[in-house]
Design a protein around this ligand. Structure first.
Ligand code: ADP
Ligand code: MG
Length: 274
């Protein structure tokens, strides 16, 4: 077994025989900083959540099997260097682009409002920072053929719609999602992970356009980091180009509440007991 990389959440190993092992850790990152504390069971929740989506979404994917509690074995693929982002709501970097006139929509640009139509908004992968990429560039770089691009666009939107219906029944809005695809034996399949690091999920009951929406699971931790002043010192350090300050130790209460929320979302969406 060969260690390949440590992502923000997953540890990735090559286990030979054209297979890769994803180990979902309990690590949590907030404001792009990996905290020193972990959220118990988080890795297991994300692993089982990913497995749920692979089983539920009617699309060929890389999952081979789960090794309980928090490992997934997948087929090794040639990764297509484009992240297939699908958006149903005006939020995040897309909102910024619309505000700056770099992207156009046919409705009023209200933060977190539902878009008049679902959009496919692909970005690069394997570059320092993800950037929006056009179909023309994708074809020029020969990442995909024109037909493949159109097919992935259609399929990504279909996947988004299917996921939206499922989370809607559980009381959530799927604001946007990112899919990755890979090639194996001349076939394009869904790879990587599908979970809270790849999508934005908002509770319907607190949804209200025109303001920042809250991610149900991580928000308790974010709020606490703001309350204890960490966010402020982080922003200052970043502005001055200084070293990122050491994140404070999470209290037991916060860790437990975050754990409870991850499990709640898992149970609501999958209909399974954790
Ligand atoms: N089936 C696969 N074959 C090869 N590489 C894959 C496969 N599935 C996902 N990957 C790649 O593995 C990497 C996962 O790492 P990363 O996203 O950084 O982890 P994390 O989400 O924990 O931060 C990504 O670069 C992704 O493209
Ligand atoms: Mg990732």
């Amino acid at each position: 077994m060969k260690f390949l990389r440590k992502g923000k959440v997953k540890n990735i190993y090559d286990i030979g025989d054209e297979k890769i092992l994803f180990e979902y850790s309990d690590r949590i990152s907030c404001f792009d900083v990996i905290l020193n504390d972990t959220i118990p069971s988080k890795g297991e929740v994300l692993c089982r959540m990913g497995a749920f989506w692979f089983k539920t979404l009617d699309f060929p994917n890389h999952m081979v099997r789960i090794e309980k509690p928090n490992k997934m074995i997948v087929k090794k693929c040639e990764v297509i260097p484009m992240e297939c982002v699908v958006r149903g709501y005006l939020y995040g970097s897309f909102y910024e682009r619309v505000k700056k006139g770099k992207a156009k929509i046919s409705s009023e640009p209200v933060l977190a409002s539902k878009l008049p139509e679902i959009i496919f908004d692909p970005t690069t992968k394997f570059e320092k920072k993800d950037r929006v990429v056009s179909k023309t560039e994708v074809l020029e770089k020969k990442w995909l053929t024109g037909m493949e691009f159109e097919w992935l666009k259609r399929k990504s939107i279909e996947l988004y719609k299917k996921m939206s219906e499922i989370v809607d029944k559980a009381g959530f809005i799927l604001a946007d999602v990112k899919f990755e695809f890979g090639r194996v034996n001349d076939k394009i399949i869904l790879i990587d992970s599908v979970g809270p690091d790849e999508f934005r999920l908002w509770p319907k009951e607190s949804y209200s356009p025109g303001k920042t929406q809250y991610a149900y699971d991580k928000q308790v931790v974010r709020d606490w980091l703001i309350k204890v002043g960490y966010k402020k010192s982080l922003d200052e350090a970043r502005k001055k180009g200084m070293k990122i300050p050491e994140p404070p130790k999470l209290s037991e209460d916060i860790m437990n509440e975050a754990r409870r929320r991850y499990i709640y979302v898992f149970e609501k969406i999958t209909g399974k007991k954790f």
